[in-house]
Design a protein around this ligand. Structure first.
Ligand code: ATP
Ligand code: MG
Length: 600
């Protein structure tokens, strides 16, 4: 059981928390009982009081991989349950027989666990499948028919559409609307027995064809679909519509606060109508669940539509559902994003009642903040150029000491082997220095014509060196930088402070370094709103979103375990790829750079 924590008080409050606070203060749920499992009223009648102060749920349809938008919903639902001493149910909304697959079920459970949420509470696994409620849903349908709240309509789909009306014109009653309940019941049973073809008739709620809310104009609640369901097999050939199934799922599970995105606001009157009818008939226990809508996450530079994500994967624009460029949780994990960073993001963006866009930079900043706290520092040279220290004895070597985390001395230091030949970044040398360039450049003349010496920099955690020149190949490409070092300038020794230099560059010893593959990931799209207007979103893909390079890394990184995360000094945060990294042959993915290069 999740205990209420001080966290509830510490959180920035929001309108959903206000609703829950008021409900709890007013004792709205004080009489609720919990029969130990989801069920109709009889399951909960006479059972002990519900140990969960509130019940929320996360109800994905298992027809795709979860993305950042789902993470917002997961953090909200599981987070509220945790903070209020409640329980959040993990529910697969698998009432549609055709689209669901086990692969998606597994990936969804993985993603929720990865975000560090669970569904076990009070000795019960609150992991549910909407398809387990087909019997209860059908019973509710028969009740609606016998109580004259539903009827079987035998119009064609075309006729029904024409009679539904528009936003400005009300609808027309179906000729089947007032048929005797017994006749509808007989038809419903025939539908269930497989006696009628797909689409030949539907069960409709009998509400009001003149309602200004089109969702109340006798919505369809059951349709015939001779399809095999991935869990219930061929037991059913009629399936409930989503808008009918969802409220019943909530009620059977004794959900108190059913949180969904804004586009369901127009469905709320039907949600309430349906549950009220079923409670009147004694099928459902009161108090009934209440639906609360919040604004979905819209995030710039990515797409969060399942249809578009499927297209990216199926057409090979990315390398699978866990491609680190994708905004899926599987991709985020592979990219080196952290669950803590995502939870921090969800907390920071909050919940509101109106749609808005969040800049991708906010998510990156949350990752940077968390990774800065936890990621040990390491050295990697991403674009290696040889540096030769002419006055360092050949064959000699020594150790330099580098702190594992500048803000956490308790994490200690590690040795960095130093020798005559090192790798440095190609951009840390300029043969003809640009104005304001403080790194390595050779001796030359100033613009005024005076001779000037080669520049001095500090090799981070090592010695101060002075540039002497460079070697070139036959075509004039720079193949090595030459320099001399000052033996008394080593970091951490008393002599170090007597050298004042402006530049500070990183390096690895060529003899000790490990060559490895590094994948530099960037934003998937080049523009904040991919596909805005009528534009094909694929045209906005960022061709630079993945670059594969061969880097030289310090020896301590060679055996990085999969999913170990590091800050590569001066570059950003990287993770050992969880699939392709092997001991001695690591592969690193860039999670995020040290600074936001996209900010205008
Ligand atoms: P579909 O188009 O298949 O319905 P969906 O994105 O709604 O896709 P579901 O599996 O139904 O996917 O979503 C599970 C839960 O996640 C729902 O409660 C939904 O409200 C929530 N959710 C989905 N997308 C977002 C989003 N962008 N922001 C916040 N919550 C979201
Ligand atoms: Mg949905």
């Amino acid at each position: 059981m999740n205990k209420p924590t001080d966290a509830a008080a510490a959180h920035v409050t929001n309108f959903i928390r206000n609703v829950i606070d008021a409900d709890l203060a007013g004792g709205k749920y004080a009489s609720r009982t919990w029969g130990g499992r989801p069920g109709l009223a009889a399951t909960h009648a006479g059972a002990p009081g519900d140990p969960a102060k509130i019940r929320t749920r996360f109800p994905p349809e298992p027809n795709g991989y979860l993305h950042f938008g789902h993470a917002k919903s997961i953090c909200l639902n599981f987070g509220l349950a945790r903070d209020y001493g409640g329980v959040c149910h993990m529910r697969f909304d698998d009432t549609n027989p055709e689209k669901e697959e086990q692969e998606y079920v597994d990936s969804i459970l993985d993603a929720v666990r990865w975000l560090s949420y669970g569904w076990s509470a009070n000795g019960t696994e609150h992991l549910y499948h909407a398809s387990d409620y087909f019997d209860a849903m059908y019973r509710a349908a028969e009740y609606l028919v016998t109580s004259s709240n539903a009827y079987v309509d035998e119009q064609s789909a075309e006729e029904m559409r024409a009679a539904r009306g528009t936003l400005t014109e009300h609808g027309q009653n179906s000729p089947w609307r007032d048929r005797p309940a017994a006749e509808s019941l007989a038809r419903l049973r025939e539908m269930r027995a497989g006696k009628h073809a797909d689409g030949s008739m539907v069960l409709r709620a009998k509400i009001d064809m003149t309602s200004p809310n089109i969702n109340l104009r006798d919505p369809a609640i059951y349709r015939i679909k001779k399809a095999t369901h991935h869990r219930s097999g061929d037991k059913w050939c009629i399936y409930p519509m989503y808008t009918y199934a969802h409220p019943i799922e909530d009620a059977l599970e004794q959900i108190t606060h059913s949180i969904c995105t804004l586009e369901f606001a127009d469905q709320r009157p039907f949600y309430d109508w349906l549950l009220e009818r079923l409670a009147e008939g004694g099928l459902l226990a009161k108090p009934l669940p209440q639906q609360i809508e919040f604004a979905r996450l819209n995030l710039s530079y990515v797409v969060l539509s399942k249809r578009k994500l499927v297209q990216l994967v199926d057409e090979g624009h990315v390398e699978g559902w866990d491609d680190p460029r994708l905004p899926t949780l599987a991709g985020a994990r592979r990219r080196g994003y952290t669950p803590e960073g995502l939870r921090r993001f969800a907390e920071r963006i909050g919940v509101s009642k109106s749609d808005s866009w969040i800049d991708y930079g906010v998510l990156e900043e949350c990752m940077r903040e968390h990774l800065n706290e936890v990621a040990p520092r390491r050295v990697a040279v991403l674009d290696p150029l040889k540096l030769i220290i002419d006055n360092y004895p050949e064959g000699a070597e020594e150790e330099c000491l580098a702190p594992n985390h500048p803000q956490k001395p308790e994490l200690g230091k590690r040795p960095l082997p130093f020798s005559r030949e090192l790798w440095i970044e190609r951009e840390d040398f300029m043969e003809t220095p640009a104005k304001g360039y403080f790194r390595l450049y050779p001796p030359g003349v100033t613009p005024a014509g005076d001779p000037r010496p080669g520049n001095r920099v500090r090799l981070r955690h090592g010695f101060v060196i002075e540039c002497a020149g460079c070697d070139k190949d036959a075509s004039g490409n720079i193949t090595a930088v030459r320099c001399n070092y000052f033996a008394d300038s080593k970091s951490g020794t008393p002599g170090a402070d007597t050298y004042k230099v402006k530049g500070n560059i990183h390096w690895v010893s060529a003899r000790h370094a490990c060559r490895c593959e590094v994948r530099l990931y960037d934003r998937l799209f080049r523009v904040p709103r991919p596909g805005a207007g009528e534009r094909d979103f694929l045209l906005d893909l960022n061709p630079e979103a993945k670059k594969v390079i061969s880097a030289q890394i310090e020896p301590a990184l060679a055996h990085a375990p999969p999913e170990a995360r590091f800050q590569f000094e001066r570059h950003g945060y990287f993770v050992a790829d969880r699939i392709d990294s092997k001991p001695g042959a690591p592969v690193f993915n860039r999670a995020v750079t040290l600074k936001d290069a996209w900010q205008k």
